[in-house]
Design a protein around this ligand. Structure first.
Ligand code: NAP
Length: 312
């Protein structure tokens, strides 16, 4: 399995350059929160399972930034208050997760083209007049695929599932990987049809049933964008015998690290990627927007793996 490589990420020159930690240089060795510490927040419901605080706080500490990342469960009705409150508090930025990714677009003063196209955002950064919404899942998803661009270009892609992550995946593949076409395999045809209508302007999007073996067999890249496999037992495919050594199989799940789908793909010689590089890649893209700095990937990955090891 491969992860993103941030070694070529150049620091960005932005006005949001970080301040060094006030207490870093006082000789006391205390690296704590002070009156000058700035806030970055995850808003979702629930958020208790999230690795984002671990990842970002490890990165802030590595780069000695006077920032802290907290996670807050926010009920849907309270989202506008939370967003306004963060602005008033001078928060540096935010991540937004289920169930608020769509609603937050209506509360931002601006949105990137990616967020507008997907109708969903996962990142807020401070703009001149309000929050700027972006969707860094697209960049995160693409990170570990860049080395496979040639294998995918001109060939079919199969995406399992038609929810929020599948939308980001289909858009990312159409925008950056030049596939022959993308087939969305879903258990609810109406959901997949809507995805195809919404993203059809960006390329050839087809819809098939979950058990369409030919759509899977003929694909160069297979992406699991369903939660099936999180239990360590189930697979989203009707069978695994159509997997072969020319496949790249990408499961967005990172807990467990190797789902039954990835295990079967690996045993048949396929290239496999789990969801951790995407998680780190979207975090890296958000981090750069908040800090103007390259993301300390190795530190963040170590922190994430440590937390995964602790919580299973
Ligand atoms: P979502 O919006 O709820 O969509 C899930 C999709 O999977 C829906 O199309 C759903 O169909 C389908 N599905 C669920 N159970 C199924 C089953 N038993 N058989 C067939 N299809 C099934 O969720 P999401 O936000 O897209 O997330 C999907 C997965 O990606 C999750 O495992 C999530 O953790 C992962 N993810 C990972 C990252 C990362 O950074 N690695 C980022 C985002 C998401 P119905 O609507 O009919 O239930």
């Amino acid at each position: 399995m491969r992860g993103p490589d941030a070694s070529d990420e150049a620091p960005l020159a932005t006005s949001a350059a970080p301040r060094s930690h006030a207490l870093m240089s006082d000789g006391l060795g205390y690296r704590g929160i002070t009156a000058s510490t700035e806030l970055v927040v995850l808003l979702g419901d629930p958020v208790g399972h999230s690795l984002s605080p671990v990842i970002h706080n490890a990165a802030f500490a590595e780069q000695a930034l006077d920032l802290v990342y907290l996670a807050h469960a926010v009920a849907s009705g309270a989202l506008p208050h939370a967003i306004d409150g963060l602005w008033a508090l001078g928060a540096r930025g935010a991540n937004v997760t289920i169930p608020h990714k769509r609603a937050v677009l209506g509360l931002a003063s601006e949105a990137t083209e990616t967020a507008r196209t997907l109708g969903a955002a996962n990142t807020l950064r401070r703009g001149d007049d309000g929050w700027v919404a972006d969707n860094t899942d697209v960049e995160g998803f693409l990170d570990p695929l860049r080395i496979h661009r040639q294998r995918v270009s001109g060939h079919p892609v199969a995406v399992l599932g038609a929810g929020g992550a599948a939308r980001a995946v289909v858009y990312a593949v159409l925008r950056d990987l030049s596939p022959a076409h993308v087939t969305v395999l879903a258990r609810r045809p109406d959901q997949a049809d809507q995805l195809a209508v919404d993203l059809g302007a960006h390329g050839d999007v087809r819809v098939a049933a979950m058990d369409d073996r030919e759509a899977v067999r003929s694909a160069a890249l297979i992406v699991n964008a369903t939660p099936v496999g999180m239990d360590g037992n189930a697979t989203p495919l009707a069978g695994l015998s159509m997997l072969h050594d020319r496949h790249v199989v990408y499961d967005l799940i990172y807990r467990p690290a190797q789902t039954p789908l990835l295990k079967a793909a690996e045993s048949r010689g396929a290239e496999t990627i789990n969801g951790l590089p995407m998680l780190l890649g979207q975090a890296a893209a958000s981090y750069r927007q908040w800090t103007g700095l390259a993301f300390p990937l190795a530190t963040a990955r170590r922190a994430a793996l440590h937390a995964l090891g602790r919580h299973g």
